[in-house]
Design a binder for this molecule. Structure first.
Ligand code: R5P
Length: 302
């Protein structure tokens, strides 16, 4: 029915204001469909262009990893501080409350345990289930140079095809297995292959020197994986150097959930990533927040 209650001359058409096209803020991501961009913008903050993802998927190949034995007890309290949770669907359904506001980025590959050849992975998640879980993205290992290199590349490209059908971004992880070097030459090769074959985001390790060359040659955003546990200052320095070297964020696990004070560490990493806080200042913040979140028991004066 016509708009009878509002005469035409009362409407506001703002004919003098041209409708703008707002360019999408993420590197290399301007040509994606709306749903894909919207999912990315729920993880990468439009104001900083960066993201702090918390990786807690380690159990998918190494079982009850130190710090993740009881995700309900030890990890759920961290969730309000993350930009996304990188997690398996098993943990999502069994432990993560559906009321959570944190975007869920699902682990989508798996197969071998730490007892077998790690690169022998398959796709371990249907894109339809990712949609059912309201995921913002899926992630897959790619073992460039590994025994099952081609198979893992193919896992990723099939997920990219499925993701493009539904607007779900794919995070390709430069998985190094046990033997491969983590230098700029290798990581630059792996990141570029992953991006060329369609991943919308690449996760890789930090390297020194030349991490900036790895990010420069990768046409889509890179997030830094943390690796084995380091002292807090070293982990904050690594995150800072990665961000200053062009990373669009971090997807850290052990350096957060194995910290003496995981919430304090996560909040300090957020300052480094979103506000360029220098590492020593971030360490001071960590120490302050640690007293708030994990106060030391009082020692008896006797
Ligand atoms: C591989 O992608 C792993 O499953 C983790 O997601 C990744 O290694 C990041 O965790 P961490 O910072 O502990 O290395």
């Amino acid at each position: 029915m016509p708009d009878a209650d509002s005469p035409l001359e009362a409407k506001q058409y703002h004919q003098d204001i041209l409708q703008k096209n707002t360019p999408f803020f993420l590197k290399g991501s301007g040509a994606y469909d709306w749903g894909m961009q919207n999912r990315l913008a729920r993880v990468f903050r439009p104001d900083s262009g960066r993201a702090v993802m918390l990786a807690i998927d380690h159990g998918y190949f190494q079982g009850p990893t130190t710090g993740l034995e009881r995700i309900d007890v030890d990890v759920l309290p961290l969730v309000p501080y993350v930009d996304a949770l990188f997690v398996t669907r098993g943990i999502v359904r069994s432990v993560v409350p559906a009321m959570t506001q944190a975007p869920i980025w699902l682990r989508a590959s798996g197969g071998p345990s730490i007892l077998k050849e790690l690169s022998d992975e398959e796709i371990a998640l249907d894109m339809e289930d990712a949609l059912r879980l309201n995921a913002v993205g899926v992630g897959v290992q790619v073992f460039i140079g590994g025994p099952f290199e081609t198979k893992t590349v193919h896992n990723m490209t099939r997920l990219v095809d499925a993701g493009l059908r539904h607007g779900v971004p794919v995070l390709g992880v430069t998985a190094v297995g046990r033997e491969l070097a983590r230098d700029a030459r290798y990581l630059g090769l792996a990141c570029r292959i992953i991006a060329e074959l369609g991943a919308q985001v690449v996760k890789t390790y930090y390297c020194d020197p030349d991490f900036d060359k790895v990010t420069a040659a990768c046409p889509v955003p890179i997030v830094m994986a943390g690796g084995t546990k380091l002292p807090e200052l070293a982990a904050l320095e690594m995150a800072y150097n990665a961000i200053q070297g062009g990373a669009a964020g971090v997807d850290m696990g052990r350096n957060i959930f194995q910290s003496d004070s995981p919430i304090a560490m996560l909040r300090a990493v957020r300052k480094v990533v979103h506000e360029n806080m220098p590492p020593r200042e971030a360490l001071e913040l960590y120490e302050t927040l640690r007293r708030e979140h994990d106060p030391q028991p009082l020692v008896s004066a006797r």
